[in-house]
Design a protein around this ligand. Structure first.
Ligand SMILES: [Zn+2]
Length: 158
């Protein structure tokens, strides 16, 4: 497959995994020229997996978008590239399970899954993501969220 970074077509597969719902196989590939890693999917030619946005519009599920959101939240935090990748994989798998074969999932569900992952990995990243994602209406809400974190309460259960 063509490397999205340098255009070279020789790559090796570094990981191959069937998605949790069995509907697709995800392959992590590494370009043999520049070492860039990218993901390819093999799935039956059926429906594309869609995300239902807040206003009801649908857009194709985009793994990179999830990754970008996480990368932004963990900026300058002690979180490795491997941890980020494993978070994205987990979210993708859970998304597939939660959609129950309907080929679509609410963007809110994805947002909550991201929060769940960040809550385990890094509290600061969690707060960063939550503050953007939940659009805190006032400082009280924000402070309340921090208290919940400090108490170690199940932060995703609301
Ligand atoms: Zn390359």
């Amino acid at each position: 497959m063509r490397c999205p970074h340098c255009g070279n077509i020789d790559d090796k597969v570094v990981e191959s995994r069937t998605l949790a719902n069995g509907e697709a196989i995800r392959r992590r590939r590494e370009c043999e020229n520049c070492g860039y890693r990218f993901t390819s999917y093999e799935r039956t030619e059926e429906k594309q997996f869609m995300v239902i946005k807040k206003d009801g519009r649908r857009e194709p599920f985009d793994r990179n978008k999830i990754e970008r959101g996480i990368v932004r939240a963990v900026e300058k935090r002690p979180v490795s590239q491997m941890q980020i990748e494993s978070m994205v994989n987990d979210i993708e798998d859970k998304t597939a399970i939660l959609s129950k074969g309907s080929h679509e999932i609410g963007s809110k569900v994805i947002g909550d899954l991201i929060l769940e992952q960040l809550g385990v990995i890094d509290k600061v990243a969690y707060i960063r993501f939550a503050s953007v994602y939940r659009h805190f209406e006032n400082l009280d809400e924000f402070v309340q969220e921090i208290h919940l974190l400090e108490k170690g309460t199940d932060i995703t259960a609301h």
